[in-house]
Design a binder for this molecule. Structure first.
Ligand SMILES: NC(=O)c1ccc[n+]([C@@H]2O[C@H](COP(=O)([O-])OP(=O)(O)OC[C@H]3O[C@@H](n4cnc5c(N)ncnc54)[C@H](OP(=O)(O)O)[C@@H]3O)[C@@H](O)[C@H]2O)c1
Length: 272
């Protein structure tokens, strides 16, 4: 008889989702992982892979039904699926904003809606949602992503209050920069060409963002931290996993009047 606990993970084909899935597996969990690029169903590297597109209701329903058939229950759900569209607020098209919100925020909402009835029936469970430091503060040219992660933060607070009577715990993971993400999911808004009035500042900010990510923290370590946390009976509501300077940036953001904080962030991202 299966004695392992089961975790379902979205966005597990690359980046932090993949590293978290591998860490959960290594920690003894049965892992059912979803992503669009996965085959319909396959056992690979000690995990069950299922095709999943969190922007499509039907795909989410099929994923959850099949995962339930396979595992019977879900002890933890980890939501990592995410995309980024970089661009100025002026030139990022509403459709580009929609793409990011559809995946990063509404994707989580869809999967939670499908999983919550099962967790209520079984008398509890743990829901982990990947936010970001950008869920707490904005940076130039990442407004779509920042808005989507702020939505996740607000939504998670509401969710936690509603589901705690059912024994369901909620945790937000707020990673700082990690060197894992795939360039596939870091699109530029179509209008961000050389003729953009923001071109020079954009180029500077993109170089800093790229540098910080490629020199970011170790994704395996993040995976292990999440696995260790999920082994506990009670999990924290917020878990920030970031370098000391990014912890400091969040602290300063809270402490300083916004114009001062904005000036510091502009100086950091926009090198003139
Ligand atoms: N890397 C960092 O430094 C960092 C920092 C803070 C927060 N985060 C957060 O951590 C999570 C992972 O980001 P990452 O940068 O490490 O990974 P990533 O390499 O950008 O991977 C994104 C993952 O999301 C999946 N995905 C995208 N659209 C999807 C959809 N519609 N349905 C299902 N899956 C979808 C992708 O797989 P398919 O294309 O196969 O679907 C892929 O597995 C994201 O939520 C991100 O916001 C990352």
């Amino acid at each position: 008889m299966e004695t392992r606990k089961t975790v379902w993970i979205t966005g597990a084909s690359s980046g932090l989702g993949l590293h978290t899935a591998m860490a959960m597996r290594d920690d003894g969990w049965r892992v059912i992982a979803g992503a669009r690029s996965f085959p319909e169903e396959e056992e690979r590297d000690g995990m069950t892979l299922l095709k999943l597109d969190v922007t499509r209701e039907e795909s989410v329903r099929r994923f959850c039904e099949r995962a339930k058939e396979i595992s019977g229950s879900v002890d933890a759900l980890i939501q990592c699926a995410g995309v980024l569209v970089l661009g100025s607020c002026e030139e990022t098209d509403p459709e580009e904003y929609r793409r990011v919100i559809e995946t990063n925020y509404l994707g989580m909402v869809r999967v939670n809606r499908a999983v919550l009835p099962l967790m209520r029936e079984q008398g509890g469970g743990k829901i982990v949602m990947f936010s970001s430091i950008n869920g707490l503060m904005g940076i130039p040219f990442q407004s779509a992503y920042t808005a989507s992660k702020h939505a996740v933060e607000g939504y998670a607070e509401c969710l936690r209050m509603e589901v705690s009577p059912f024994g369901i715990q909620v945790m937000l993971v707020e990673p700082g920069d990690h060197r894992s993400g795939s360039d596939l999911y870091r699109a530029h808004a179509a209008a961000m060409t050389e003729s953009s009035p923001y071109a020079k500042e954009y180029e500077s900010a993109i170089a800093v963002i790229h540098h910080d990510e490629t020199n970011g923290s170790d994704p395996d370590r993040l995976g292990r931290k999440i696995a260790k946390t999920l082994d506990r009976k009670r999990i924290p509501f917020r878990k920030r996993i970031a370098s000391p300077d990014q912890h400091l940036a969040v602290y300063i953001h809270r402490l300083l009047p916004f114009p001062l904080n904005a000036a510091i962030l502009r100086k950091y991202y926009i090198k003139s």
